[in-house]
Design a protein around this ligand. Structure first.
Ligand code: C2E
Ligand code: MG
Ligand code: MG
Ligand code: MG
Length: 279
């Protein structure tokens, strides 16, 4: 009987593997059609000044709604797009759309766009950025590109040179999800980042009373400050978390407490309120 049970377990396992590979294949095919079928759109999440609460910009976040499968989270399809080399055309679409949208806002706040390492390993990306700015009329200073530490992990790529050329245009650069990768402080002094985004995991742990997380935020804020960089606390969900990161000296905050990622029209309304209130 135990032999049977073992066999049963084995047979039970195989179809599971098959389903995963099948799901991936189906998803990959669907992803290839997604842009052409207008299934992708962007949401915009507010980023605010930690002290004044004033809007400083929005982060563009990619959304994919498939007619049959429904909403598929970026944590699921972005890695797939990276593995299958589809991130270049998708990322270009994100960049062009975000620049065009930001150019329409009444408030001249910044728009932040996430960029995958793969995009920076191609020198043609410099031209894509220049063209997105030229076509939209968005001043370079209003565009911020978010990259993660993983960009610097691979040896012998042109990523640093590509970033340099983009920085020379006047575009800003921020280091996303700081502290989650294999941090090396070397490139922080070599690449001109405007800001460091402190990953949500530290904010959550610090608010939960973890002294190590508090110490890490404090250290990152001090490091960024001495290098002339701003710090953005990611994933601030409560007033307590806001007070905490503000007291720790973070210069900007982003999270559900200030606003979820919003559809285009809602972001556009918020990006016009400041101007009207000030007028
Ligand atoms: P990210 O760049 O670190 O973006 C922040 C993520 O945290 C977003 O998840 C956002 O919705 C979420 N978030 C913001 N505030 C809070 C909060 O208070 N609580 C919680 N629990 N979550 C919060 P999202 O939109 O699911 O995106 C996940 C990741 O997918 C992004 O992380 C980014 O790495 C990637 N991604 C999204 N859009 C793009 C894109 O256009 N291109 C590339 N290459 N990656 C993208
Ligand atoms: Mg980001
Ligand atoms: Mg982030
Ligand atoms: Mg993050």
């Amino acid at each position: 009987r135990s032999k049977d049970a073992g066999g049963g377990t084995f047979h039970c396992y195989e179809p599971q593997l098959h389903v995963d590979a099948e799901e991936r294949r189906v998803l990959e095919l669907a992803l290839r059609q997604a842009l052409n079928n207008n299934e992708m759109h962007l949401h915009y999440q507010p980023v605010v000044d930690a002290r004044t609460g004033a809007l400083t910009g929005f982060e563009a976040l990619l959304r994919w709604t498939h007619p049959q499968f429904g909403a598929i989270p970026p944590t699921k399809f972005v890695p797939l797009a990276e593995e299958t080399h589809m991130i270049a055309p998708i990322g270009e679409w994100v960049l062009r759309s975000a620049c065009a949208e930001a150019a329409r806002w009444d408030d001249p706040v910044r728009v932040a766009v996430n960029v995958s390492p793969e995009q920076l390993y191609n020198p043609a990306f410099v031209t894509v950025v220049a063209s997105a700015l030229a076509n939209s009329g968005l001043p370079a200073e209003r565009l911020e590109l978010e990259v993660t530490e993983s960009v610097f992990m691979r040896e012998g790529t042109c990523a640093v040179r590509v970033l340099e050329k983009i920085l020379d245009m006047g575009v800003r650069l921020s280091l996303d999800d700081f502290g989650t990768g294999y941090s090396s402080l070397g490139y922080l002094s070599r690449t001109r980042f405007s800001s460091i985004k402190i990953d949500r995991s530290f904010v959550t742990q610090a608010a939960g009373g973890a002294p190590e997380a508090v110490a890490i935020i404090r250290a990152v804020v001090a490091l960024a400050g001495s290098l002339g960089m701003a710090t953005t606390a990611e994933g601030v969900e409560t007033e307590d978390e806001h007070v905490m990161v503000q007291q720790l000296g973070c210069t900007k905050v982003q999270g559900y407490y200030f606003g979820r990622p919003l559809p285009v029209a809602e972001a556009r309304t918020i990006a016009s309120r400041g101007r009207r209130a000030a007028a």
